[in-house]
Design a protein. Sequence first.
Length: 585
Amino acid sequence: MSTVQMAASTGRPAVQPLHVDGRTHRGRSRFSSSRTRLALHVLIVVIVTAQVLVWNATDAPYTLAMAARWRDLFVQRMVLLPPTHAQRWPLATTNDAADVMRAFVGTYYALGRTSVDMFTFVHDESRNGTRPVYLDVDGGQCALQRQAIHEHDWGLLADADALRTCLQTAEDVSMEATFRGFEMTFARFCLRWTLMLTMSFQGNGASQATIRARRSHCRRQGAHEAGDWQFLSHLTVPLVVLNVLIVALATSSTVLSAKKALTTSESRVRRLLRAVGALGDLSCATGAALTLAVDTDVLRDVASRSNIHLLIGTGAMLSWFRMVRYLGVLGGSDTTALVRILMISLPEIAKILASSIPVMVGFALAGMSLFAYSAARFATFGMAMQSIFAMANGDYVREAFDDTSLAEHRVVSRVYIVMLIAVATWVVLNMVLAQIQTAFFDEVPPQDLLSCRSRVELYRQRRERLSPVHRRWQKAATSPRRFEMQTVQAQAAKAEVLLGAVRSTAMTMCADWASAYLPTLRRPGHDMRAWPCTEPACDFCNGVRRMQLEIKRFMSQARRVFHSGRARPHDIVPAGVLSTRSRAP
């Protein structure tokens, strides 16, 4: 028995098969594949989020931030010059090297509990001298191994002549300073950071300095550390498992997305979301694979941590972006309005920004020429462009006036700032907002654009304009003698009155709804005969639907009256105005 025969015998509608590429797929299998993709994508989002959170609490970010903080601190104190691209500082003489070593030790012992703001709590034992700074010197006349430098006993660093003599013949010098911190996230971690200052001498007194940091887990050394939980070593295996799962799931999701894209035709929004999800899966899989390779000492020199972090972060972001398509399935088309608005407005916004680039470059060059020697934010072209972008969004306005007031041409600086704000904020920014607003009005359903006050006002105007006509015809319906006195001219006059009332009401409605309804009605695939107002609990919507029916009945009856030449008034009265009891036979 066929599917159609079974449906006819059971009284149920037949499930039509889907023919794709010569293969037959039924609706149930299609629904199952959709559920499979949804479960797969939700699982990817959960695992990627867990990976980022666990990695952020246990791995490189705080270590890199610790080293960057110390480097910036030395540059701000004018101990070191800004580094080169390899994060190396050139030191011209041994006196410069000695100053850097003293600054390293002094900064370590001067830090308080609140100075390192990267941790919830820092157990700083350097305050009481229990954690010294260790000094190693290779080569030369004073070879040292792990010499301890305490807060009140600096040893070799206290003797300037001996230190200078030692550095003149040394090859490599390294210093270590250790911190122990507790990071409070979903668990309490005891982490140990070691800052290392390394200087390589070239034989003529010149050297190059680097500051690095490394991380390790704490080791319990006493009773005071009995409560320090050491989850770091226990999280190594879960991190490896998460990376393996991400590689497997992201690869499976990419294959399913490619197969779906080849076998179906979708809208532009869904194609964009599918491409975003595929790019996110590719980034997640690549980042997780490189993480496993680096952790196992494979490709350690090829794949840098920063590139891996970029891939992981991009994959997590795009994986969350992909969940927007499932919001459209669960909550309707209104939940994907953000994507539709972005797709409509982004091309126009790109044109506006492209046309504003020459203006912004001109302002940046003028700012560099006028204020480079008085305002640090206009010292370079990049900093000037950043300052202009910040001022376009309302930031750094007061500071810009203060910084540029030190210039020689004070009046010119005021005119420059005012012109920049007028062009960047009042013109460019508002043009961008206008494009977004236009896309919003084109995409958001029209029912959401009508406030309650607008609905009530339109409903009141409709009643005021139509009620007198209705009452006049009700009186006419109750007096049978007047039916015999009516002529075609009187009937036509009343028809014109009603047509004028309906026309004025329609004009009032169109004036408020045209901008909202026309984009909806002109959308491809939309039924032109369907009324957008479909709320069953809305009194105004119900009134509008009744008025539509009345207008249709009136037009048909009026057309019959005008063509026949004789009719009675109730023939052209809209339905519902005259009751059945009051109508003449």
